[in-house]
Design a protein around this ligand. Structure first.
Ligand code: MN
Length: 238
């Protein structure tokens, strides 16, 4: 059978240092996984189970250093925020996975940005509606190349930071996560069978804030390199 309309390519992220592409199936994200960020968002740092939201697979914007990725200022927001995050790329299926077995599901790791329309997210949260409009939109998930476990091992600590126009806005250490990666996979796999191609954004350290057109963002995670994007003007009316 032919497609009724032209089909599009599977969204994919380059694997670092080679000619391979990692195909993207689902994008899951963890809310509030660093205590300081939980407090800045008006919550507390009590160790409750993690919660999750999603983005569409085609929200990724793959960027290979030294390139600078271009992301358009999104529709319908006046408060567009950066959240620098460790991204886990799944390479094997798993459901209801015990934390001590969860690392075996991991293909690799990347530096990613959970870009957020904070004004929409906050307004929706206020009236107890889903966060989708705040988190799930075009180009909402810039991502640098994936570093396979075979190259970098299992990543559980290391500096994570984000600069905007050369000034440090966010910094922390992966070891400061409220729930470490094996526990995130454990909890998430109670709700979904994790599948090869699934990306998991694991939460952001404190210091989130707004960006505007013309800003240049550089995110870094020790051992995983950097992710650089610039914010372009919003799309003109069509
Ligand atoms: Mn986030």
């Amino acid at each position: 059978m032919k497609y009724a309309i032209p089909a599009w390519d599977c969204p994919s992220v380059p694997v670092a240092g080679g000619a391979l592409l990692y195909p993207v199936r689902h994008i899951y994200c963890v809310g509030r996984n660093y205590a300081e960020h939980a407090r800045e968002m008006g919550g507390d740092a009590a160790k409750e189970p993690p919660f999750f939201f999603t983005k569409p697979a085609d929200a990724i914007v793959p960027v290979v250093p030294p390139d600078v990725g271009h992301v358009q200022y999104p529709l319908a927001t006046k408060n567009y925020h950066h959240e620098i995050e460790l991204v886990v790329a799944i390479g094997a299926r798993g459901v209801r996975v015990a934390p001590e077995r969860a690392n075996a599901l991991i293909y690799g790791y990347a530096v990613g940005l959970d870009m957020t329309r904070r004004d929409l997210q906050a307004a929706l949260r206020e009236i107890k509606r889903p966060w989708d409009l705040g988190k799930s939109f075009a180009q909402a998930a810039p991502i640098a190349p994936i570093h396979p476990v075979s190259e970098v091992g299992y990543v559980s600590r290391g500096r994570i930071s984000l600069e905007v126009n050369g000034a440090v806005r966010q910094q922390g250490d992966l070891a400061d996560m409220i729930w470490d990666v094996p526990h995130v996979l454990h909890f998430l796999s109670q709700y979904y069978e994790l599948l090869p191609g699934d990306l998991i954004f694991t939460g952001t350290p404190s210091g989130v804030g707004a960006v505007v057109a013309g800003d240049v963002l550089v995110g870094r995670i020790e051992s995983l390199g950097e992710l650089k994007i610039s914010i372009d003007e919003a799309v003109a009316q069509t």
